[in-house]
Design a binder for this molecule. Structure first.
Ligand SMILES: O=C(O)CCC(=O)C(=O)O
Length: 377
């Protein structure tokens, strides 16, 4: 029996356009599938455990990412904390942030309301399906469901958060507490992001010290007015997790991503020193990663690193990413302070429109967008 024949779908759903897969993985699971349909089966070379076939076999060991203590960064140990931050962004492109100051209640409510959203009947969730990347709310599946040849084992809810007061009325009104939870979460993660931006600019030597750059300074104004998108990722348990991925290898397009991991179910892997390694979640922390825009801004000093998501045979997993960048209308370029004769400009100027054009015309694979922005010397 072919994998796609392994569960019964209503004849209306067995349409040549693979209509049913656009309803998402949760929907398929609710139908009681026991095998992964062909639409989700990756070519052997791209599967999670392909050994040394493609030279990037999974490591048995979990990776403890560098840990940055936010309290130290904001306190008397700032100089040392900035050095650790800088090393983490150069060597890993990732770090775990502890003592971040966001209340447990804000985090728990966001996770719980996000989870409840995916438990709504499909008809309620599907009201928010949209192809418009700028929509205030977007429910969908895979990575780019209009382009992906093979689908990822993931459904998502994306909430555009900027400007908050204009976006909020469009967000889902059910579950009833979702809007309030997401507003609190977006405000608190934005504050944390701004504090991290200050630290990153300082660690790069773009501003001299903490005091020379506060919210009113023009150097931060563009970041303050920047884009923020909250993505609730839902990865249902998968009957054959070796055949598929929750997310294919990708880098994040923005400046920084603040990622809340499921504390009980691992899944995030980063590509580190030629191997895929699993990130060990630390309770009550954020995984923070450098995005393409920060790699460009830092003229290549900080690295936007490939990551992917494994799925679990027994448990579903929720993660929440808060993606931050400059305004959609801004041009991203290497900071002039980081370009000189010894360190020439390594990336072309870029803008959000060229990224959008890229992802709507190509299958978004690996970090090709960033590669396309590199200047060859
Ligand atoms: O689920 C995760 O841990 C990672 C999610 C992710 O990579 C993303 O949202 O871009």
């Amino acid at each position: 029996m072919s994998p796609s024949m392994s569960f019964a779908l209503h004849p209306d759903e067995e349409r040549g356009d693979h209509h049913q897969y656009h309803r998402g993985v949760k929907y398929l699971c609710e139908k009681g599938i026991t095998k992964v349909p062909a639409k989700y089966i990756l070519p052997v070379i791209e599967r999670p455990n392909t050994g040394e076939l493609n030279g990037n076999f999974s490591n048995d060991h979990d990776l403890r990412l560098p840990v940055i203590d936010f309290a130290e960064l904001q306190g008397s140990n700032r100089v040392q904390a900035l050095q650790s931050l800088s090393r983490a962004c150069e060597e890993y492109g990732f770090f775990q942030l502890i003592n971040h100051g966001i209340s447990r209640e804000t985090i728990t409510s966001m996770v719980e309301e996000g989870r409840k959203f995916f438990e709504l009947p499909f008809e309620k969730r599907s009201k928010y399906m949209s192809k418009d990347m700028f929509s205030p709310v977007r429910y969908g599946t895979s990575f780019n469901q209009n382009k992906d040849r093979v689908f990822c084992w993931r459904d998502f809810l994306k909430l555009n958060c900027h400007p908050l007061s204009e976006m909020l009325p469009f967000w889902p009104s059910s579950p009833s507490e979702l809007r309030e939870a997401a507003v609190n979460y977006s405000k608190e993660t934005k504050y944390l992001y701004m504090m991290l931006v200050k630290a990153i600019l300082e660690s790069l030597g773009v501003v001299e010290n903490n005091r020379s750059c506060n919210e009113k300074d023009s150097c931060l104004k563009e970041f303050e007015d920047g884009s923020q998108i909250i993505v609730v990722n839902c990865y249902p348990s998968c009957p054959e997790p070796d055949l598929t991925l929750g997310m294919l290898p990708h880098s994040d397009y923005g400046f920084l991503t603040l990622l809340l991991q499921d504390e009980l179910v691992k899944g995030l892997q980063i590509h580190h020193r030629g191997k895929w390694v699993t990130v060990e979640p630390i309770p009550n922390s954020f995984v923070v990663n450098v995005g393409d825009h920060l790699e460009i801004f830092s003229n290549g000093r900080y690295k936007s690193v490939l990551h992917r998501v494994l799925v679990n045979p027994a448990k579903s997993r929720i993660s929440i990413a808060s993606l931050h960048s400059l305004p959609f209308s801004s041009t991203i370029r290497p900071s002039p302070k980081l370009v000189n004769e010894d360190n020439p400009k390594r990336y072309k100027d870029t803008d959000f429109a060229s990224f959008m054009e890229y992802i709507t015309t190509c299958e978004h694979k690996s970090k090709n967008f960033l590669e396309s922005r590199k200047l060859t010397t």
